[in-house]
Design a protein around this ligand. Structure first.
Ligand SMILES: [Fe+2]
Ligand SMILES: [Fe+2]
Length: 311
C-alpha cells in the first residue's frame, strides 16, 4: 500500500481518542470489591501444612463442564503479566495510552483474584491441579499473534474482550451456583467496557486509515483464536464448552464478530481502494463460510444431545 500510516503516526493520531475514551471509561466503570463476591464462610483449611481436609470432587456439586470453564477462564485471566507486556510495548507507557495500559491491567487483575478466591473457598476445583496448570500456563507466557501491529491488535482485543464477556457470562449460568453466577456477571460487565474502549479506537482508525484498518480486521477475523489455546487440555475443554453452549461458533459469529463489525459499519464503508475492497471481500467470504460451519456444528451437537437423551 502506498500511503500507509506508520505505527508511530497511528499512535499519535489516536492519542486524543484514547484520552476521550479513557475518560468515558472511568466515568462508566463502577468501583467494585472482589471480597464482597466470595463466600468466605464456606472456606475450610486444606490438607498439608495446616492439616485440614484434602480436596474431593464431592466438596462442591457442579457440572464438570462448569469446572472446566472456570479453569479455562481463570488461567486466561492469570496470564495478565504477558498481556500487560504485549500492550505496554505496543501502546507505550506514556500519556493517555500509558494510563489506559495501567488502568486496564488493574481491572483485569481483579478478575483473576476474585475467581481464584471463589474457587478456593467453594472448593469447586482441585487446588493442586489448578496451581500446577497456572504454573505451566504462565511459564509458557503469551505472545500476541499481532505484536507490533497496532491496528490488528486493536481489532483483536475488540473481539477478544467481547468473547471473554460471553464466556464468563455463560460459565456463570452453568455453574448452578448463584454466587458464581453473580461474580462472573460482574466480571463480564468489565469485559464489555473493555470491548467498548477498543472498539471505539478501531472505529476512529477506520476513519483515519480505512484501507489499512479493513485489512487488519479481515486478517484478525479470519485467524481469530482465544488467548487460552495453549492451556493444557484446552482443545478438549473448548469442545466441552462449545457443546454446553458456553462459547460456541454461533456465539462467536452472532454475538461477537457480527455485532462489532456492524458497529464499525464495515459493509457500508465507502471510498475504499482496491486493497481495502479486497480485504472486505475476504472478510465477507469468510463469514459466509463460518455460517456453514456453524450450522454443521449445531447439527452435530443436536444429534449428540439426542443420543445422550435416549440413553
Ligand atoms: Fe478479564
Ligand atoms: Fe477485559
Amino acid at each position: 500500500m502506498s500511503n500507509e500510516m506508520t505505527q508511530t503516526q497511528l499512535l499519535l493520531e489516536l492519542e486524543q481518542v484514547v484520552e476521550e475514551n479513557l475518560n468515558r471509561h472511568i466515568g462508566a466503570a463502577k468501583e467494585w470489591f472482589p471480597h464482597e463476591y466470595v463466600p468466605w464462610s464456606d472456606g475450610r483449611n486444606f490438607d498439608g501444612l495446616l492439616g485440614g481436609e484434602a480436596w474431593s470432587p464431592e466438596d462442591k456439586q457442579m457440572p464438570d463442564v462448569a469446572r472446566s470453564s472456570l479453569i479455562v477462564n481463570l488461567l486466561t485471566e492469570d496470564n495478565l503479566p504477558s498481556y500487560h507486556h504485549e500492550i505496554a510495548l505496543l501502546f507505550g507507557r506514556d500519556a493517555a495510552w500509558g494510563e489506559w495500559v495501567h488502568r486496564w491491567t488493574a481491572e483485569e487483575g481483579r478478575h483473576g483474584i476474585a475467581i481464584r478466591d471463589y474457587l478456593l473457598t467453594s472448593r469447586a476445583v482441585d487446588p493442586r491441579d489448578l496451581e500446577r496448570l497456572r504454573m505451566q500456563h504462565m511459564s509458557a507466557g503469551y505472545t500476541s499473534a499481532h505484536s507490533e501491529d497496532l491496528l490488528r491488535s486493536l481489532a483483536y482485543v475488540s473481539f477478544q474482550e467481547l468473547a471473554t464477556r460471553v464466556s464468563h457470562r455463560n460459565t456463570g449460568r452453568i455453574t448452578e451456583d448463584p454466587i458464581a453466577d453473580q461474580l462472573l456477571a460482574r466480571i463480564a460487565t468489565d469485559e464489555n467496557l473493555h470491548m467498548v474502549f477498543y472498539r471505539n479506537l478501531l472505529q476512529a482508525a477506520l476513519q483515519l486509515a480505512p484501507n489499512q484498518a479493513m485489512r487488519a480486521i479481515a486478517d484478525v477475523v479470519t485467524t481469530f483464536a482465544m488467548p487460552g489455546t495453549d492451556i493444557a487440555g484446552f482443545q478438549r475443554k473448548a469442545v466441552e464448552m462449545a457443546v454446553a453452549g458456553v462459547y460456541d461458533l454461533r456465539q462467536h459469529k452472532d454475538s461477537v464478530v457480527l455485532p462489532v463489525l456492524r458497529f464499525w459499519g464495515v459493509f457500508d464503508l465507502e471510498g475504499l481502494d482496491a486493497e481495502g475492497e479486497q480485504a472486505r471481500t475476504e472478510l465477507a467470504d469468510f463469514l459466509e463460510n463460518l455460517e456453514t460451519k456453524t450450522l454443521r456444528f449445531e447439527d452435530k451437537r443436536d444429534s449428540l444431545k439426542a443420543r445422550l437423551a435416549s440413553r
